[in-house]
Design a protein around this ligand. Structure first.
Ligand code: KG4
Ligand code: ZN
Length: 334
């Protein structure tokens, strides 16, 4: 069979990224231009700045990726692009770039949902097996998704309020850690002990999650202690917080695997870089004989490699977009 080369474009938040992936699994070349340092000055992503920076960088990143791969657009089979969800101004730049390239070079245009991309990051190092359960944990999502077969997505549970990455970033803020705080909270948690009596959030029979109560419990605790003139042990606080997050995520994930009789678990999204989640799920999956896949760290946060990998499966299924493809800020994964 002829090899399929997908050129992927991702610009849903603050990374401008382009990648070329062969047959949905081989990363030929990837360029990720992060704007993190610029946004860190403001304590979070500023949408207007993000989209302006995407405009400045997108063509440079496309050219750099082709040069790195030693390829031209003639070698590309199709173009895959994140059309949503994300920041509308940021998404728009990637979508316009992809549809323009698709029009000029007469290449099929394949729309990819950002979360399908995160999930298919797992196909880059090991071929995904089905049926699978995907635990999606990012700055915008916390979902459990049942995948009966290739590129099929059925949500069985999700967060009722904050996404887990969002809770991490807010806890980081009260701990005076710079944006994005998730990785720093993770790091700090290893220097402390679980001494704070924080609640295990939404510990019920559903597959839903809730992190706003846990986040508020942390914020209130810090404020109350400050008002009393007591010192907070931030290492112990981050350790207690991370333990609750890891416990509830792993508890519901393992129960879903059992109930749906699934032997393959894939973890996806920026928070899958979390050392506590990686360690606990590795341990539990070994005990339960589950085939666990977690992307290596470079594929956990936003990148176009995962979009090109997912794009390959969408392309094979015949998913196509017209040149007037719309970017959408909020869209469900089907
Ligand atoms: O998937 P992603 O790059 O962007 C979205 O699609 O949302 O995820 C970013 C999120 C941020 O909230 C960041 O703080 C969090 O992932 N994150 C972490 C870790 N690394 C990234 N959260 C906890 N522990 C980490 N090691
Ligand atoms: Zn993401």
């Amino acid at each position: 069979m002829k090899d399929i080369y997908i050129l992927g474009i991702e610009s849903s938040c603050d990374e401008t990224s382009v990648s070329i992936v062969k047959n949905g699994c081989v990363d030929i070349a990837t360029v990720v231009l992060s704007q993190m340092d610029t946004h860190a000055e403001y304590g979070g992503v500023v949408p207007e700045i993000a989209s302006r920076m995407h405009v400045e960088n997108i063509t440079i990143v496309v050219e750099e990726c082709l040069t790195k791969a030693n390829m031209t657009m003639d070698d590309i089979t199709a173009i895959a692009v994140t059309y949503g969800p994300g920041l509308i101004g940021s998404l728009l730049i990637g979508v316009v770039a992809a549809s323009t390239l698709s029009y000029i070079y007469k290449k099929p245009l394949v729309p990819v949902h950002h979360i399908a991309g995160h999930i298919y990051a797992n196909n880059l190092e090991k071929e995904m097996q089905y049926p699978a359960l995907a635990l999606v944990v990012s700055g915008g999502h916390t979902d459990l998704i049942y995948m009966k077969e290739e590129y099929s997505f059925e949500k069985i549970g999700g967060t009722l309020d904050d996404a887990v990455g969002e809770a991490y970033d807010k806890v980081a803020r009260v701990a005076n850690l710079p944006y994005p705080g998730g990785p720093l909270v993770d790091k700090m948690s290893h220097t402390g002990e679980d001494t704070y009596n924080l609640p295990l959030p939404l510990d019920d029979d559903s597959y839903n999650f809730s992190f706003s109560g846990l986040k508020s419990a942390v914020i209130n605790l810090v404020h109350n202690e400050q008002q009393r003139g007591h010192e907070i042990n931030l290492a112990n606080l981050t350790c207690s917080f991370q333990n609750r997050v890891v416990e509830i995520l792993s508890k519901k994930t393992m129960r879903a695997l059992k109930e749906y009789k699934i032997k393959n678990l894939v973890v996806a999204g920026g928070v899958s870089a979390n050392s506590g989640i990686r360690a606990r799920l590795t341990e539990l999956c070994k005990e339960e004989d589950i085939n666990l896949s977690i992307p290596s760290l470079k594929y956990c946060t936003d990148n176009a490699t995962m979009i090109a990998a997912a794009g390959y499966f969408a392309y094979k299924l015949g998913r196509r977009a017209e040149y007037d493809l719309k970017a959408v800020a909020s869209v469900k994964l089907h």
